[in-house]
Design a protein around this ligand. Structure first.
Ligand code: NI
Length: 389
């Protein structure tokens, strides 16, 4: 039974977590972390693959005759942030910090790997996926591009993220979109600069840009379904210099687009392009529009969500399973995995979030008290998902 392993396992995993916390590494640079992770998995006797997407690690546990396979995924990267905590395991790497709890995710998945290896009660294959670069660079995408699912075929994939503000001891599993897709855009408007007192001799990019910002706001309010959340935010608008008698030649704008329904990406990109074309015609400017696809929306599929919910109900009290949490408009790299293979990304309560202990805060710390619950969830999930059908 997993419960008999936990009293001895938990403190070791907590110590591992604090060591990772003290030595944070940024995207694709998780060399020390990945090495410690892979060494740990090899010491368990698991077939371990290093160097996938540079620092990613995948280990395989295959038992019994079952043909089903699942992936359990943790992220390993830290953030470029100066830690303001002073406890003994605070960051030893200036300007880097585990402010999103990926230290805890990594440690808990190692704990689950050890527990499942010792329990030997699964029938099928579990892949333990430790991915680099969740925060910015899309390490999950690179793992998929490097053949994650061809090398390690699996029926379902699961993710788990700690969530400050949700009580410790609670788990959130919601079917459907849970995190947003996030794209970015860059726009350069070119007109004709000149004397501000003779605007008829210029092509004014400030007026054109202002109209563009306004018109872009009609995409979400007038073009997309009000029941499908989306955001178009212009976050930069740079034009002109210090002189108040010069109309500038160019204006540069940029911003972010967020959406929960995967099909909104195309609609929003096309809509923005259409608006730009209209502004070009109306204001006689030239517009260079660049749209870059970022993390897709994280959408939890039906079967893995059902299984995750069932398992959550086994490992915590019934009232502590939250099944209809509103989605977050933040983005999550797990989406690159779960858009290929049916997946479920669950939230594990990290506690009240007091004292600035929120994600990406310099005062954040992963809550070691939730380690046993995280391990129990992973272990029961592996057992249950491989028995599914
Ligand atoms: Ni995170």
């Amino acid at each position: 039974m997993i419960n008999q392993l936990l009293p001895e396992l938990t403190p070791r995993i907590a110590a591992f977590r604090r060591d990772i916390h003290a030595h944070p590494e940024l995207a694709f640079d998780e060399n020390r972390t990945a090495c410690k992770v892979a060494d740990y998995l090899e010491a368990l006797g698991l077939e371990t693959h290093r160097g996938i997407a540079r620092t990613g690690v995948v280990a395989k546990l295959s038992l019994g005759l079952g043909s089903r396979a699942i992936g359990l995924r943790a992220d390993m990267d830290a953030l470029p942030l100066k830690e303001l905590n002073s406890f003994p395991h605070h960051s030893k790497h200036e300007g880097k910090m585990h402010a999103c709890g990926h230290d805890g995710h990594t440690a808990m998945l190692l704990g689950a790997a050890e527990a499942l290896t010792k329990l030997r009660n699964i029938d099928g294959t579990v892949y333990f996926i430790f991915q680099p670069a969740e925060e910015h660079e899309g390490g999950g995408r690179v793992m998929v591009e490097e053949g994650l699912f061809e090398r390690f075929p699996m029926d379902m994939v699961f993710g788990l993220h700690n969530w400050p503000g949700m009580p410790a001891g609670s788990i959130g599993v919601t079917e459907g979109p849970v995190m947003a897709g996030t794209d970015r855009f860059d726009i350069t408007i070119t007109g004709r600069g000149g004397h501000a007192a003779m605007p008829h001799q210029t092509i004014d990019v400030v007026v054109a840009g202002s109209a563009l910002v306004q018109a872009l706001q009609t995409l979400v309010s007038r073009n997309t379904d009000p029941l499908h959340p989306a955001v178009v935010s212009v976050t930069r608008f740079q034009a002109g210099g210090v002189a108040d008698n010069i109309l500038p030649e160019t204006a540069v704008l940029g911003g972010t687009v967020r959406y929960l329904q995967p099909n909104l990406q195309e609609a929003l990109e096309e809509g923005m392009r259409r608006v730009c074309t209209g502004i070009e015609a109306t204001y006689r400017v030239r517009i260079d529009f660049k749209y870059a696809h970022g993390y897709p929306p994280t959408v939890n599929a039906t079967e893995p969500s059902f299984i995750a919910r069932e398992v959550a109900r086994q490992v915590v009290r019934d009232g502590d399973v939250l099944t209809s949490l509103p989605p977050s408009m933040g983005a999550e790299d797990f989406a690159y995995l779960s858009r290929v293979v049916p997946g479920c990304y669950a939230w594990l309560g990290n506690g009240a979030g007091e004292g600035g202990c929120m994600l990406h805060s310099p005062h954040y710390d992963f809550n070691d008290d939730i380690i046993p619950l995280g391990i129990r969830y992973w272990v029961r999930l592996a057992e249950r998902a491989l028995a599914a059908r």
